[in-house]
Design a protein around this ligand. Sequence first.
Ligand code: GDD
Ligand code: MN
Length: 391
Amino acid sequence: MSDLGSDAISEIERRASEPMALHDTRVAQPIELAIVVPTYNERENVPILLAALERVLVETEWEVMFVDDNSPDGTAERIRELAVTNPRIRVLERIGRRGLSSATIEGMLTTGAPYIAVMDADMQHDESVLPRMLERIKTEPLDVVVASRNIAGGSMGEFPRNRVRLSNLGSRISRAVCHCDISDAMSGFFVVERTYFKQVVPRLSGTGFKILVDLLASSTREVRVAEVPYHFRSREWGESKLNVNVELEYLLLLIDKALGRCVPPRFVLFVLVGSLGVLVNLACLTLFFQVANASFLVSQSLATFVAMTFNFVLNNLATFRDRRLRGRRLVRGLFSFYVACSVGALLNVSFAEFLHRASIPWYVAGIAGMAISAVWNYGLNMVFTWRRSRA
Ligand code: GDD
Ligand code: MN
């Protein structure tokens, strides 16, 4: 323990009891721009990005909020070291969570600055366009200014061809759900007015990578957007985190936006998988009963079994991809899925039978039975088969 002399302690107490202004006469300028930077394994890039921001933002009062999801490479610790001597820098570290969109949203919620920029940490976004973006949103009646790679003066740089195609496809699809017409909805680089952000934040999905699509599609009115061109740079350090999960999460985001949040998008996927299962069931029944001449009872039992297994595999790969089971837990999950779905089937039949006896038309009774078992299967499997693992 350090040995503080009693003189030193009373000096500290004396200072603490004095009004602040006596020993701190600096007048702080209000912060105009907050830059939110989601990070995952970007240790090497953080100091490079900070130096770049300092170079271009000389005429702006700014702060930067990093949101790190407990990166194994110690990104958050590196940022904290730098933050100790630089009050512009802050870091929000999330433990046991992942997700670019949700990280960005939470970062945006931490600031009171009137303008919020979002950019990646990996230097692929050209920081030198920030002052121009800020200027436009300050002087024109705009909600969002997007840095675009798809208008004159911008480019995808050396982005791999298949990624360019994917990005363009994503942009085209997203135009259907966004309340505006922009060329680069896949951009992760933009400035938004805080008042606009506050209006839409209760309706944000927060799933996946495409925070801009989420922000634009969550508006109840036309969004006022402008675009500023820039050249997308290549990554020098670290690697991209975009993978199949990201594509799937984009699909979930689009479902969510298209259905207006009435049904959970995961449920929609679960039902889609279930419908495919019905087809598999029918195909197997034909094969066993018609082709292999097995008895109807045996054929239908086998077909149901195959369909259930098929559904389990597909749900594990897609619907519950973020909670994907492997190894021993996969086997355990499969049995839990069989049990849950068998009970679901019993429920389906007995409920439909009950309705049918109550003189409800047979097809309505049938559909109601299926609906109730779909909800049951979804709920039970979410809680038991693909239960959220503790971080
Ligand atoms: N906190 C947090 N959590 N940050 C993350 C996560 C996560 O789960 N995943 C990625 N990031 C951070 C990265 O550290 C980086 O700063 C930024 O988010 C973008 O991730 P990259 O892995 O570099 O993505 P990309 O280069 O493949 O994709 C970029 O281009 C796309 C357009 O084609 C991003 O800007 C996307 O938003 C954009 O859609
Ligand atoms: Mn990147």
